[in-house]
Write a protein that binds this ligand. Structure first.
Ligand SMILES: Cc1cc2nc3c(=O)[nH]c(=O)nc-3n(C[C@H](O)[C@H](O)[C@H](O)COP(=O)(O)O)c2cc1C
Length: 365
């Protein structure tokens, strides 16, 4: 029954898609972080649905900070963030109350919560809950920025179309963080959006792969065994609804490569040891090696689709068919990108606090 994650920096989230509000409590963040509300709004706008490639359910995502921020700076005590749900159409779900959507969590929620779950709009399993996670993650990203640590994610693949790889990582991260549809190559961006629209016209959905890079991280974060950087990051990334695969560096492709291709080398530059061309994603032995941290997330096609599917009535135990109703994303990968950026920021703040203490991001006045 765990709804929180993190050791030294910890996040708890609550809320339902059609409930009153979503709440995040972020504990353990360094005091003295300047809380830039425009930056939080900017991060939220990258998760918000836009145009026909997203759900028609538009929410203002106005956030309230109820605690932990005083005179514009984090106090170091728990930060509570609240976002109200203002645009719910629960009627769309009344017919679907007992008809489980294949691929969604309707059936598994019934198994766990015995009919007491709030089914409206996917309830606690909805991607809607990630709004408050993104708001909290934005504050974590501000703390990282104080130390020159930047995160950027692009849609590497979507609907069968691929983006180019990272080239100039710092420039690419900068450009991605100013984009809503985070693709490096504009032609690929258009082709991906066309494939989402085509799936949507057919009442179907598409998935994709997100690739994230983090620059500016020190070597030495993470533990050798159960709290390895890969384990802790994956724990959070797999908690994001719709994420079905995580790989570090070249991931599964490493299995087909030779050691000489994967290892890269170590080099001393200006008295500092740096890894060069290591394809394992900036982590060796569970510990960051100071190179760019790189990982990918596979995001499934949205489970709710408007094609007829075979399913069951979970109360009467009858087989039946379902043509889903309601407002849904024909793809979620472009919206999950902001959630991944926030998740990695929260994990890194936790790992930095564990390594260097809670004041790791302190800017003395
Ligand atoms: C930002 C975001 C938006 C989402 N939008 C939808 C949606 O419109 N319809 C839907 O069926 N699932 C949507 N999902 C995915 C479901 O929440 C998710 O697939 C479901 O909870 C089952 O979890 P699982 O895919 O991790 O097994 C969304 C997820 C996120 C993160």
């Amino acid at each position: 029954m765990k709804s929180s994650l993190g050791q030294s920096v910890n996040i708890s989230i609550t809320g339902e898609s059609h409930g009153e509000a979503l709440v995040a409590v972020l504990s353990g963040l360094t005091p003295g972080i300047k809380v830039d509300r425009d930056y939080i709004r900017h991060c939220l706008s990258q998760r918000a649905p836009v145009g026909k490639i997203s759900t028609p359910r538009k929410e203002a995502d106005d956030f309230e900070i109820l605690s932990g921020v005083f005179e514009g700076f984090t106090t170091g005590t728990p930060i509570t963030i609240l976002i109200r749900n203002t645009n719910t159409k629960s009627k769309d779900y009344s017919e679907m109350q007992t008809t489980a959507r294949p691929g969604h969590a309707d059936f598994t929620a019934e198994m766990k919560y015995h009919g007491f779950q709030d089914f409206r709009g996917g309830g606690h399993f909805s991607g809607r809950i990630t709004a408050v996670l993104v708001a909290a993650g934005a504050i974590a990203r501000l703390a990282l920025k104080n130390k020159g640590i930047e995160i950027g994610t692009h849609i590497l693949k979507c609907g069968g179309v691929s983006d180019r790889n990272f080239i100039d990582i710092n420039e690419d991260i900068k450009s991605l963080n100013n984009k809503y549809f985070a693709v490096l190559d504009e032609k690929s961006a258009q082709a991906m959006q066309d494939s989402i629209l085509e799936a949507s016209r057919q009442g179907d959905s598409v998935g994709g792969v997100l690739e994230t890079a983090v620059v500016g991280l020190p070597a030495g974060l993470g533990e050798p065994w159960f709290d390895s950087m890969e384990s802790v990051l994956s724990h959070f990334l797999f908690s994001i609804p719709g994420v079905k695969g995580v790989e570090f560096g070249e991931g599964f492709a490493l299995a087909d490569m030779k050691g000489s291709e994967v290892n890269g080398s170590l080099k001393v530059v200006k008295g500092k040891i740096i890894p060069v061309n290591d394809l394992s994603g900036g982590i060796n032995g569970g510990i960051t090696n100071g190179d760019t941290l790189k990982f990918r997330c596979a995001v499934r096609p949205t489970p709710t689709i408007f094609k007829e599917q075979n399913t069951v009535d979970i109360k009467s135990l009858e087989n039946k068919t379902l043509c889903a109703k309601g407002r849904h994303d024909p793809a979620i990968v472009h919206r999950v990108r902001a959630v991944v950026d926030s998740a990695v920021a929260l994990v890194l703040c936790d790992m930095l606090a564990q390594r260097f203490g809670t004041d790791w991001a302190l800017e003395v006045k």
